[in-house]
Ligand binder design. Structure first.
Ligand code: FAD
Ligand code: SF4
Length: 495
């Protein structure tokens, strides 16, 4: 009788808990499964399918070379190949690392052997540790969680105090993109034979997918993921904080790290990323505002989103605080809209599966929020369209942060804004059919009339959010006629 390991597509690390739990012996059975049923929940981006399947095939090969008895199956479902593998290898126990998304484990209930689920070690905080932190708190503000993480893992600390005296240096960050900026080009990789084979498979799939595969430049193994990290630390980290929120036409990645696809499938571990940034601060004198800002994204936001996903009810993804029900417009798939900010962002996602945080938050989610699109449709679209999308990180980011559909469990106020913010933080408005200053009329920017209409419609709910009172005072200065014209403008847009 043998113990076998089932490696999931987002657990591609030698250090992952299920592999670590078995003392490696020659011919330990390991199985990988590409399930076609699994990818039919929604149309996924072709780039994501290639990334996951190619990374799985590379990792399977790595284990094979180390003497594991690797079985690699392409199947309709998971259960059929699992049953066959258990029988063929005389397996009495399957070990699996706990998946970060809920629901996946239901699949294994039918298996004819013992299944041991081992706690996930791809995050810094265990689910139970987050629950311990959250228990009894009135507010689950990320900032306090982050400070606790800094102390718990001793990151950027001088004894009990934060290095430099502040926990957060955002006042030095988030500059608008003034003048000519020259962000470094993203690191690209040539597709090898394994990846070329997967590209062919994905191009020939007879199930609905999304996006383009004209070029595929992502890394697909640990060595390449480490190269991306090193490139980021050496070339991007210095300016990361300064231009973290800036958006420039044609500069799709700015100074961002592009590591989320690798972190989320186990090719990088969050602690090694954080430590690489901290070392760069200590040894290379990279500015603290950038290093702290970057570390906060991972030690703070990423861990917080994962902890919160497992803390809230399983029905969290169905939340709809503002009761928004409009279906998504066709341009989410085609990118064909005269709104330049949206057009540029959709085009880029279609080609790469990637957009940076502010494009996701202040262009896509912001518009979806103020225009009143169904949160569930928006979340489903995001999940399919992004290279780094998984339930744990999509539901919290889209339902909680982007759309405030959870009524404020995660964010202290909705991230809603007019064209003002987009004009300040990007160059998109310069080449747009609409005028970012107008809220009524043929040239009025939809971000403006939707924004004021959103505030007006939801005044009562928004009043409960302390941080909204200043903005609501501006709404009160508008005349009834102006609000009516805005409503008319909104109605015309939908029809
Ligand atoms: P950088 O800007 O270089 O940041 C470094 C790392 O910090 C990221 O790689 C990521 O691991 C982490 N990080 C930063 N912010 C967050 C956050 N809010 N939640 C989780 N991790 C964070 N991130 C995903 O990994 N998958 C998603 O599906 C996803 N969907 C999002 C949807 C919306 C509406 C929003 C507002 C954000 C979403 N994010 C998601 C968070 C964030 O936008 C991406 O992690 C980031 O843009 C990835 O690009 P990067 O690696 O270049 O990030
Ligand atoms: Fe976007 Fe409005 Fe600016 Fe056009 S004018 S780019 S729609 S914010």
């Amino acid at each position: 009788m043998a113990t076998g390991i089932w490696v999931l597509g987002n657990q591609l690390s030698q250090q992952q808990a299920a592999i670590q739990s078995c003392s490696h012996q020659e011919n330990t059975p390991v199985i990988f499964i590409e399930s076609l049923q699994h990818i039919q929940k929604r149309p996924y981006h072709k780039q994501k399918l290639v990334l996951i399947w190619s990374a799985m095939r590379h990792f399977a090969e790595e284990l094979r070379q180390q003497g594991y008895a690797v079985t690699y199956e392409v199947s309709h479902d998971f259960i059929t190949p699992l049953k066959a593998w258990v029988k063929a290898n005389n397996i009495s126990e399957i070990r699996i690392m706990e998946p970060p998304d809920r629901g996946f484990l239901d699949i294994i209930a039918e298996l004819p052997c013992k299944v041991t689920v081992i706690a996930n070690n791809h995050f810094l905080w265990q689910k139970t540790e987050f629950q311990e932190w959250a228990k009894g708190r009135k507010s689950l503000l990320m900032e306090y969680f982050y400070r606790e993480g800094r102390q718990k893992f001793n990151i950027l600390m001088e004894g009990k105090k934060p290095i430099g005296g502040e926990w957060n240096y955002d006042k030095e960050n988030r500059q608008p993109p003034k003048g000519k900026l020259n962000p470094p080009p993203p690191k690209h990789f040539e597709a090898d034979d394994i990846t070329l084979e997967v590209i062919e498979v994905v191009n020939n799939l007879e199930i609905p997918t999304y996006g383009s595969l004209t070029s595929f430049n992502w890394g697909v193994n640990r060595t390449q993921a480490l190269e991306v990290l090193e490139y980021f630390i050496c070339t991007n980290l210095t300016e990361f904080g300064t231009y973290q929120d800036a958006m420039v036409t044609g500069e799709e990645t700015m100074w961002h790290s592009l590591i989320s696809p690798y972190l989320n499938i186990g090719l990088l571990h969050p602690l090694e990323v954080i430590q690489a940034a901290e070392t760069a601060y200590q040894q290379e004198k990279i500015p603290l505002n950038s290093v702290e800002g970057f570390i906060r994204q991972i030690l703070g936001w990423r861990e917080y989103m994962h902890g919160l996903y497992h803390y809230v009810e399983a029905s969290y993804f169905q939340e709809n605080y503002f009761e928004h029900t409009h279906p998504l417009p066709e341009f989410f798939w085609t990118g064909e809209t005269n709104m330049n900010c949206l057009h540029q962002t959709f085009k880029q996602i279609h080609n790469t599966g990637y957009a940076h945080h502010i494009q996701r938050l202040m262009i896509l989610s912001n518009f979806s929020l103020i225009a009143g699109f169904s949160p569930q449709e928006v979340e489903n679209w995001f999940h399919g369209a992004f290279i780094d999308g998984y339930d744990w990180v999509m539901q919290t980011n889209v339902i909680g942060m982007g759309l405030f559909a959870d009524g404020g469990i995660l964010a202290s106020k909705p991230y809603a804004s007019s064209a003002n913010y987009i004009n300040k933080m990007s160059d998109y408005c310069k080449n747009c059919a609409y005028n970012h200053k107008e809220k009524i009329g043929e040239k009025a920017c939809p971000f403006n009339f939707f924004y004021w209409n959103f505030l007006h419609r939801h005044r009562n709910k928004l009043m409960k959010q302390g941080r909204m009172s200043f903005i609501l005072k501006n709404l009160d200065k508008m005349s009834a006629e102006e609000l009516e014209s805005i409503q008319q403008q909104v109605d015309n847009w939908y029809h």
